[in-house]
Write a protein that binds this ligand. Structure first.
Ligand code: 5GP
Length: 189
């Protein structure tokens, strides 16, 4: 997606060989016009799947997620991150190792919001090792629903998440793919 690639080129800040900061349009300040285009693009790519729910994870997945859900005219659910939980009957729980925080979180979704037979599109802001996406997919599968695809705003293609998700049989669509963050600059795939 050229518009998004231009934005990454102009405003992305390379924090290390592994981490890109995009806090001017996605991770802190959010660009609603760009997010609307992201929503339209994911809708275009996944519209033949009769998606019934969009699922993301708080907090940076919510903006691209809500715009996609708006365009598809379905609800958005965001998984919540929690440190650790006492066992509860009414929620799905999965452990996810956070790439940016270097710690494990439990992510939870209320059983009320995903039903057997739902066709779920997973959306997230970044793809690195695939931990967040796999955790979300396990929640969908716990619910007896189907993951119809995974829409990623920015994939760091030099990390293994994209390959691992594809090998596991998921269709991954990334709007921008980054080949490298070496030497302080963004090289696109
Ligand atoms: P994964 O779970 O695929 O290892 O990492 C993806 C998650 O970590 C995303 O939800 C995102 O919030 C965060 N993340 C991973 N890499 C980056 C990065 O380079 N920049 C930012 N801002 N977030 C990242």
């Amino acid at each position: 997606m050229q518009l998004l690639q231009n934005k990454v080129k102009e405003e992305g800040i390379v924090l290390s060989n592994q981490v890109l900061k995009v806090d001017s349009f996605l991770n802190h300040q959010m660009d609603p016009v760009l997010m609307r285009e992201v929503g339209k693009e994911f809708t275009q790519r996944f519209k033949e799947h009769n998606v019934t729910r969009v699922l993301t994870i708080e907090s940076s997945g919510i903006a691209p997620g809500i715009m996609t859900a708006l365009e598809l005219n379905v609800p958005l659910i965001f998984a919540r991150k929690q440190k650790s939980l006492t066992l509860r009957e009414d929620i799905y729980v999965e452990k996810v190792y956070s790439f940016t925080k270097q710690e494990s979180n439990e992510i939870t979704v209320s059983k009320k919001f995903i039903n057997p037979g739902d066709k779920v599109l997973i959306v997230d802001d970044f793809l690195a090792n695939g931990e967040a996406a796999f955790g979300l997919a396990r929640i969908v599968e716990q619910a007896g629903a189907e993951v119809v695809g995974i829409g990623i705003v920015i994939e760091k293609a030099f990390q293994p998440g994209g390959r691992l998700l594809s090998e596991a049989g998921y269709r991954v669509e990334s709007l921008v793919r980054i080949a490298s963050l070496e030497d302080g600059k963004v090289t696109f795939a």
